[in-house]
Design a protein around this ligand. Structure first.
Ligand code: SF4
Length: 365
């Protein structure tokens, strides 16, 4: 692995792009934010931050679908599970702490929680049992279409979902509006963009005139995207460009978009460590409410977006700090003993930084 990483860093093309980035970067601080755990994995694994000029920073924003699920949703899912139903979800969700412990704690107390690889596995469980089966549906535009597809396929009536789906472009606009940290450009997530297309960020471009580039997941993709963002800035442009055109189309996947629009209403979405963001959540439409676990089990989620005491994951998710700026990082909070959700999930930036070690970190000053 190390020789692979070193050969990338030594490659003629990588050196050439870094040279171009240095030429474009000037001397001002330039903060680029991405919103994708897979991008963070590439950036950290290949030590890309340490290849960049000192004034070009790359931070991860709210791109981890597990870290962003608020504790009130997890608590509500636990309440549902404790009503004697089978609750299914993805493996990363099990250890995420909420106000009343984690799903794994509820499992230890006797609730029937099962890890699945997709919502389809959950439907299959429902087909084989008389019990109620509820899928805790998390994720962004990448997983929401599969939830919509299962609902449209008329699953058994003992199946329902508890939706914690969230949408990425409203979160990007929230970060820009809040002004909590300066953002000069976005690397756009490849997976989300396959669904919403480069056109899905048009509103961000129109309102904020900020450089944005859809990027693939190879290290060269990320370097290209950074150079394209800097070039837009030098040219005084703030638009959406597509570095990942081998996969992402301007219009994205219209069929997936239609399914989402058919099944879900956009509602204000709750993001852990951030709060409510307008029109950033997805709730089942009234015509599908027989599949809505919150209606079926009369569960209201109380407002709660908090992080565990001392955990700065909220600032990590808002791209205000790097994981290693948190005093608990790699001391009391580690992948084996996570305190906050950013250290639990494989897509959390604290987990990724801790896993690859100091090679991927970049200390300021
Ligand atoms: S290192 Fe742990 S405690 Fe600190 S922000 Fe990350 S998850 Fe939270």
């Amino acid at each position: 692995m190390l020789s692979l990483i070193q050969s990338f860093r030594d490659s003629h093309l990588a050196k050439k792009i870094i040279q171009r980035i240095e030429n474009l970067a000037g001397g001002e601080l330039f903060r680029i934010v991405h919103v994708c755990g897979t991008h963070e994995d590439t950036i950290t694994k290949y030590g890309i931050r340490n290849m960049l000029p000192e004034n070009v920073e790359v931070l991860m924003g709210p791109g981890c679908p597990v870290c962003t699920v608020p504790p009130n949703k997890i608590d509500a899912a636990i309440k549902i599970a404790e009503k004697g139903v089978i609750l299914t979800t993805f493996g990363d969700m099990m250890r995420v702490p909420s106000g009343h412990g984690s799903l794994a704690d509820a499992n230890a107390r006797g609730a029937d929680l099962r890890i699945v690889y997709s919502i389809h596995d959950s439907v299959k469980i429902a087909e084989r049992t008389e019990k109620q089966v509820v899928h805790l549906a998390v994720g962004f535009e990448t997983t929401a279409p599969t939830s919509a597809a299962e609902i449209l396929a008329n699953p058994p009536k003992n199946f329902s979902i508890y939706s914690a789906h969230l949408l990425i472009p409203p979160a990007m606009m929230y970060l820009l509006e809040s002004g909590e940290s300066p953002i000069h450009g976005f690397i756009l997530p490849g997976h989300v963009s396959t669904i919403i297309g480069s056109a899905g960020y048009r509103e961000v471009a129109e309102r904020f005139k900020i450089p944005q580039v859809v990027a693939g997941f190879e290290p060269l993709d990320v370097l290209f995207a950074i150079s394209m963002i800097l070039k837009q800035s030098v040219d005084g442009r703030g638009e959406v460009e597509n570095e990942y055109s081998r996969v992402v189309k301007e219009g994205g996947n219209p069929k997936a978009q239609r399914m989402m629009a058919h099944v879900f209403d956009k509602v204000d979405g709750a993001w852990r460590g951030i709060g409510l963001i307008k029109s950033s959540g997805l709730s089942l439409k009234r015509e599908f409410e027989e599949y809505d676990a919150s209606k079926k089990f009369h569960i209201e989620a109380e407002e709660d977006y908090a992080m565990p005491k001392g955990c700065r994951c909220g600032e990590v998710l808002k791209a205000v700090i790097y994981p290693w700026d948190c005093p608990l990082f790699n001391s009391s909070c580690t992948p084996d003993n996570p305190i906050g959700p950013c250290m639990v999930s494989h897509e959390g930036s604290c987990y990724i930084s801790a896993t690859y070690g100091a090679f991927g970190w970049r200390k300021r000053g």
